[in-house]
Design a protein around this ligand. Sequence first.
Ligand code: NAP
Length: 479
Amino acid sequence: MQIIENYIGGKLLKPVSGEYLDNFNPATGSVYSQIPDSDQRDVEMAVEAAKNAFKKWSETPYEQRSRILCKIADLIEENLDRLALAESTDNGKPLKLATKVDIPRASANFRFYGTAIMHYASKSHYMEGNAVNYTMREPIGIAGCISPWNLPLYLFTWKIAPALAAGNCVVAKPSEVTPMTAYLLSEICIEAGLPDGVLNIVHGLGPKVGQAITEHTEIPVISFTGGTVTGKNIAAIAAPMFKKMSLELGGKNPNIIFADCDFDEALKTTVLSSFANQGQICLCGSRIFVQREIYDKFKDAFVEKVKKLTVGDPLEQVNLGAVVSKPHQEKVLSYVELAKEEGGVVLAGGNKVTLEGRCKEGYFIEPTIIEGLDYKCRTNQEEIFGPVVTLTPFDTEEEALEMANSTQYGLAGTIWTSNLKKAHRVAHELKSGIVWINCWLLRDLRTPFGGMKNSGVGREGGFEALDFFTEPKNICVKL
Ligand code: NAP
């Protein structure tokens, strides 16, 4: 049994409570590690360590900070197989996905911000009257970074890397459901020579550790990725304290397929955008709107392809692994029942999958397609965050847009058409922070990433994240 420890002040420490929580492997249903059941006392120690480290780290030349962050990127790469296996074991995702996407991206996050900081220049403005303004971008202090379970190390590092690059110290909490790669990252940071206290990782439950980070008066900046309800709770605490906040929240993303699309490309990519990572990516397209002329053709081809997807042991060559936990499996399946009550017809899947052997107690769900639902029903409005998509026909562009924009969310949307004018027009009208035209999940780390409406506040990515983790100070000099 592997025991995970907190990483505070450069050391691997037991929680003050001395208590540990079981951590399950969702593919087998068995406990494979234990994590600290930390509380406000551990967060307090982490804040102390970060405070002690801040002055030196913020004054460390950026070339030196860059070298350390790039060293962490190298070590993540060198440990690719070990980290990918840990991610798959913790989360249930196929090992090949963790090896190809999650871990390389975690390394890329450190390299991206390790190098971006070398090019992050201040602005200056000469003004009439013979004066110059220049704007300093100063590190803020201690950043609180809280991340979810769906892309554990990928999203954890997406926050930590820019916060550290900009000269802040960090108190971070990974999801209690998937803590292992964050723990392995603490070992890597020690090996890379990250100074003590610059990054502190406190493991445990959201309502204890996450809440203590959010409430802490000496953490002036919070970067959070997770559900909209949790985000609201964080905002309610942090806003009256005037904390700077970046909130990356839920989605219910539309995938609009026009009759004039490249059919084969749209079909192939829609299988991925629906079911990659068991549908547990905030960017998955869970509402598929198909123009009526090709609706039946698309439906038949889509159902045929989806029925061929394999669900099984994540360590084997499968398309879908396990969903992250038993409660999550139950939640996703309850939405299939709700969809039936709402008049939906299940065209594929809809059930849990029971496997033989090592994975017989694992949490697996068939990739599921449902049609026949009103676009305003709960199944089409609430985030399910699993391998469940709905198919809905539309006639006109206006109708597609009305349905696409009808939810409380506005994270990402996908458009399939060969008409360039229409593509731009619809992209412009979609109420979402990210739009993909004739592709999905093509990510350039320099672009602003985030959602509108209840999908979040603020943007990550590129220099936006460095702006977020720094305070601008304007200085005016009369010449
Ligand atoms: P979650 O339940 O909101 O948890 C996210 C993180 O917040 C976890 O570390 C969680 O800890 C912690 N937390 C829970 N309660 C807290 C509290 N009261 N105060 C502070 N922190 C607290 O979300 P999840 O189920 O892990 O992740 C799925 C959600 O994330 C989906 O809605 C998905 O759309 C969203 N997501 C959004 C993006 C994006 O970029 N917009 C990306 C990925 C995922 P515990 O795990 O220990 O409870």
